[in-house]
Ligand binder design. Sequence first.
Ligand code: NAP
Length: 273
Amino acid sequence: MSGAEDSRANGADPTRTVALVTGASAGIGEEFAEQLAKKGHDLIVVARSADRLETLAARLRTANRIAVDVLPADLTKPEDLRSVERRIEGLPRLDLLVNNAGFGTMGRFATLDADQEEAEIRLNVVALVRLTRAALPAMLRHDRGAVINVSSLAGFQAGPFNATYAATKAYVTSFTESLGEELRGTRLRVQALCPGFTRTEFQDRAGIDVSDLPDLAWMSAASVVESSLAALDRGELVHVPGVTNRLVAGLVRVTPRTVLRRIVGSTMRTRVG
Ligand code: NAP
């Protein structure tokens, strides 16, 4: 590659596929970037930590001979979000959008910081909706492309002491499922990815102590992403990765919501004190 312009994942070369991943500086998003790079996609990586993104980009360019563009943005800020939307709208092609950036808050809702709760909705919901809206028109024009929206098992039921997070993820799953149906008859694919406990920085950032959870409850980010990409190839609209998670999802489906919220509520109550 010669010069900055040539190294951009700008979709101008029709033989190259391009994927944009939000929250690519850590955890599941970083793993999406790794696995998509190995599959030969050029990448646009988005998160707040420019330094972490640059380190990732340098590694992926060298290891996979792909173009990686770093787009630092705080997606809770309207001006940053607009700039990512504009970038998407200006791309000649975008093959895959992974709306992965997200965070959770935990505690009694009445005591949580209102601005943080709003930021959680801005990132987990508003950014995801706006970036999807920015990507779809060109995908529909070309009748080609896919969107993976990272949701959570937490969205399958109410989440006492985790109320805003669970509600944002219920939104993501419902929104994505609706889109999937709207897009029936096209070649576009969408997926709501619903992981359970995954070893990333997520729990630390949320201040959740999960040290007592058994190994069986956990998946690696690598397995989650591998499972998601395989499910996307199969056209699975709502994907729960891992046997344990699928078992939990199955139990949730057959348990009355009144019972579920009591179970979740009493488990979480002991954690928040
Ligand atoms: P993580 O390791 O904490 O990574 C979160 C990513 O989001 C980071 O790259 C972070 O980068 C980015 N991010 C956070 N705030 C941002 C902002 N305002 N603007 C732009 N990017 C931002 O967590 P993770 O587990 O990989 O989480 C990824 C997704 O998986 C989330 O949507 C989460 O809800 C979902 N999920 C996680 C689990 C789990 O157990 N880990 C389970 C179910 C679902 P910067 O800090 O550099 O901005």
